[in-house]
Design a protein around this ligand. Sequence first.
Ligand SMILES: [Zn+2]
Length: 233
Amino acid sequence: MKIKDIGNSLLDLFFPRTCPVCNRTLASHEKHICTECMLDIPRTNFHLQDFNAMEQLFAGKVPIEKAAGYFYYEKGNPYSGILHRMKYHNMPQIGRYTAALYAKELISCKTFFGIDCIIPVPLHRHKLISRGYNQSEYIAAGFADIFKIPIYSDIIIATKSHESQTHKGIYERWLNTQGIFSARNTEILKDKHVLIVDDVVTTGATLLSAALTISGIPGIKISLATLGVARLE
Ligand SMILES: [Zn+2]
């Protein structure tokens, strides 16, 4: 046993790590999520479907090459625990880990084949200061670990803080995300296939606003990826 492994076992003994889905104590070889919950993850399999429900959200609004999200989540569904811990419990590494697992599945199906770079949906700096990190940057890092392509975090900027979307209707959410992003130093994206990533997709309004800020760049192609997908009715 390596010293690092002994250290981790001791840490597990005094500070047991738990699975965000089932709350069971994790075994020392399990990272972030237990094996059983990982196997049972409610996959959307959007990457295997043409014109899937996520792509339909953007149809006629912005040209998208491919859009896919890893798993379905709903409030109260145990799998929302992954997103909750990642976002609100100072555990963004769960996002990187889960995104890398997803990216491995995607790459084996040649989904997002030919993407050149990744852009995480930015957080407004007020939120960044209060949360301490942008969970989407960790998700971008998980994708980049597998796709081996660069992340550009400073091209799309959040210029306006958008309020919590939780209690708003679809139209209000859409209005609420208008003009919250702007783009700079966009020359680097010319003729590139860009993957924009976010933690979740609900109405698609946030991703749409982000995509629209760069969709006019000559020769650009845009794809979208998230971890969570709210059940789209
Ligand atoms: Zn579990």
